[in-house]
Design a protein around this ligand. Structure first.
Ligand code: 13P
Length: 302
């Protein structure tokens, strides 16, 4: 059953696209980081997406159910009423996708972008049929994002989304939300000002006037770049993914610890952990206020 109080991306994102802001999709990664992220959204009266990917579930040794339980507990403790989606980020295994839907995720991403076009269409279509029958929204990806931390690809190759293919892809798959590859990358940027292909984004928007668009790779992106992607004429991106910056803030505030499992983080010294979690909250606050500019927008969704 869908997590009570959670919304699909088709419910959460259209007011953002129309209102000139985006909703931040935070990969909390560790169970303990869910609460500070949600607290930032509650304090700022902002809609929010809490997400985790198939690869992250493996890295941090969590199940979709563990993640849902962490979100549910944080919602209860914070008396959270802000519009919220529980989303499965990059996943390619139908077992994981079905498991997340069963665990109560309100939205899932099928990422078959490593496959040839026809295979991507076929796999995405199958997930759309399964998810829509259960009231769950679907994000898909066409083109490949670069990565600096191997979150998604094993290398750092980029393959930009071809607008005409995107149009065909959305028509044939019925996906609700499309992740586009226009020059952002997962992980920390090696250059200070990554080159984003805004003309390509505009061409995608022209061919797909009604499709909700997502930008991945939010960490380290200059705020002005995010604002320009949101303010695209005809409706820009309405979901902005952020992962690495949260984890880096956590580990730096805890004295430069290395990545660990979610259970190992729970077992850290409570005072040290509290320092790390307040850094996560501050990072989420900053992204909500200055990046996606969704502070104060919670009531617009209802
Ligand atoms: P960053 O780690 O660069 O923020 O990317 C996150 C992301 O796009 C997750 O899908």
């Amino acid at each position: 059953m869908k997590l009570p109080g959670s919304l699909t991306l088709t419910e959460l994102l259209p007011p953002a696209q129309q209102g000139g802001y985006a909703v931040a999709a935070f990969s909390a990664r560790y169970r303990a980081c869910v609460r500070p992220v949600l607290k930032a959204a509650v304090d700022l009266n902002s809609p929010v997406i809490l997400e985790i990917s198939q690869r992250e579930l493996g890295w941090f040794q969590l199940t979709p159910r563990d993640f849902r339980d962490a979100v549910e507990q944080a919602m209860r403790e914070l008396h959270a009423t802000v519009p919220l989606a529980l989303h499965l980020d990059h996943s390619w295994d139908t077992g994981v996708i079905h498991g997340a839907i069963e665990a109560g995720f309100s939205s899932v991403m099928i990422d078959a972008s490593a496959q040839p076009f026809e295979e991507n269409v076929k796999q995405t279509r199958q997930v759309v049929e399964y998810a829509h029958a259960r009231g769950v929204s679907v994000e898909a990806e066409l083109g490949r994002l670069t990565t600096t931390d191997q979150l998604e690809t094993e290398g750092d190759e980029a393959l930009y989304t071809v607008p005409e293919e995107a149009q065909q892809f959305v028509e044939r798959t019925g996906c609700d939300v499309l992740a586009v590859s226009i020059g952002t990358a997962h992980g920390v940027y090696m250059v200070r000002d990554p080159k984003i292909d805004f003309d390509r984004l505009a061409a995608i928007r022209r061919l797909l006037p009604d499709t909700l668009l997502v930008l991945h790779g939010g960490s380290g992106l200059p705020a002005a770049t995010v604002h320009r992607a949101i303010e695209l004429p005809g409706g820009g991106i309405s979901k902005m993914n952020v992962a690495t910056d949260l984890e880096n803030a956590l580990l730096a505030a805890m004295g430069g610890l290395k990545r660990m499992t979610s259970a190992e983080l729970d077992a850290q010294d409570p005072a040290l952990l509290a320092r790390g979690l307040s850094a996560v909250e501050a990072e989420a606050r900053d992204k909500i206020q200055n990046f996606v500019r969704s502070a104060g927008r919670a009531e617009r969704v209802h």
